[in-house]
Design a protein around this ligand. Structure first.
Ligand SMILES: [Zn+2]
Ligand SMILES: [Zn+2]
Length: 274
C-alpha cells in the first residue's frame, strides 16, 4: 500500500527575510493508503493542503511536535473543521479530529481555545453532535497504531533552551520508517530513535558555522549530516532553515560527516514515496 510524505512547509516562523521563493512554516503530510496524518499544523496549512489536492475536511489526525506558533496554529484549523460541518457538504472524516501533542502543553491549548469561545462556557467541544475533537497526551516513549498498519511514536528532544516541551516523531508503516525531528538541538534521544530511518526530516535552523551544543535548540547542516550518517539513514531532508546559506553549501557541509545517502534541502512540495 502506498506511503507518501508531502512537504507543506519547509520554512520558518518569519517570511520575506530574504528574496527568493516563498516557503511556509512547518507541516508534513503523511498519506498512508489515503489515511492522512499531519505533522505540525502551521499557519494556514489547510490552504496548502487544498493546493496540493487534499481536502482538509478529510484530515482526522494531527500530531504537534511542540506549541511554538510556527508549529501549532491549531485553533483556526479546528474552527475550520467545525464550521465545515455547519456549512459544507458532508465528506468522510469532517466531523472528527484527533490531536496528539505533548501532555504538558494541553492545558495551555485548552485555555486558549476557551479564550476564543467564552460563549461555550468552558466546554471544549461546543457542538459535539456536529464536530468533536479529542486531544491525546504524548510524552517520550509514547507510541500507538493510529491507523491500521501505521504506528506513530514520540520521543523527547531539546528545544527552547531546554525549557520548551518538544517531541520528535517516528512513523512506521509498510516496514518503512520516517523520522521528523521537530525543532531540536543535538540530543542523545535522536540517535536512539532515528536509527534506522528510511527518511529523516531534520530541523536545520542554524547556519553553517554557528552550530552549537545546547543553546536554543536547533541543528545546523553538519549536525543533521552527522545524525544521518551515524543512524544509517537512507534519505535526509534539511528543513526549517531561513535560507542564508546556499543549498549546495548546506549539502556540502552535511556531507562532511561521511553521509552518502540521498540528501535534499527541502522546499515546499517536496515528496517521498514508497
Ligand atoms: Zn520551536
Ligand atoms: Zn520552529
Amino acid at each position: 500500500m502506498p506511503l507518501k510524505v508531502l512537504t507543506l512547509g519547509s520554512g520558518v516562523c518569519a517570511n520575506n527575510c530574504l528574496p527568493g521563493k516563498r516557503r511556509f512554516p512547518p507541516g508534513f503530510l503523511i498519506n498512508y493508503n489515503n489515511q492522512l496524518l499531519l505533522l505540525d499544523v502551521s499557519e494556514g496549512v489547510r490552504f496548502r493542503l487544498e493546493d496540493a489536492g487534499y481536502d482538509y475536511g478529510r484530515l482526522t489526525k494531527i500530531a504537534v511536535t511542540h506549541v511554538h506558533p510556527d508549529h501549532a496554529d491549531l485553533s483556526p484549523f479546528l474552527q475550520a473543521k467545525l464550521c465545515r460541518t455547519l456549512w459544507g457538504e458532508p465528506v468522510e472524516g469532517m466531523e472528527h479530529l484527533d490531536v496528539y501533542m505533548p501532555e504538558i502543553s494541553i492545558k495551555g491549548f485548552e485555555d486558549a481555545w476557551n479564550w476564543r469561545h467564552p460563549e461555550a462556557g468552558g466546554r471544549l467541544n461546543h457542538m459535539p453532535e456536529k464536530f468533536k475533537f479529542d486531544i491525546h497526551p504524548m510524552r517520550g516513549e509514547w507510541e500507538e497504531e493510529i491507523f491500521p498498519g501505521l504506528k506513530l511514536k514520540a520521543f523527547g528532544v531539546y528545544h527552547g533552551f531546554g525549557q520548551h516541551p518538544a517531541l520528535g516523531f517516528r512513523v512506521e508503516a509498510e516496514g518503512k520508517s520516517i523520522v521528523y525531528t521537530g525543532d531540536t538541538g543535538m540530543v542523545e534521544s535522536l540517535f536512539k530513535n532515528v536509527e534506522p530511518a528510511d527518511l529523516l526530516i531534520a530541523d536545520c535552523g542554524v547556519r553553517i558555522g554557528q552550530e552549537y551544543t545546547g543553546g536554543y535548540g536547533h541543528m545546523g547542516p553538519s549536525q543533521c549530516g552527522m545524525l544521518a550518517y551515524r543512524s544509517k539513514v537512507k534519505e535526509l531532508w534539511l528543513t526549517h532553515y531561513v535560507g542564508y546559506d546556499a543549498p549546495a553549501a548546506m549539502e556540502a557541509e552535511a556531507r562532511k560527516s561521511g553521509f552518502t545517502g540521498t540528501l535534499k534541502v527541502a522546499t515546499d512540495g517536496l515528496t517521498w514515496n514508497v
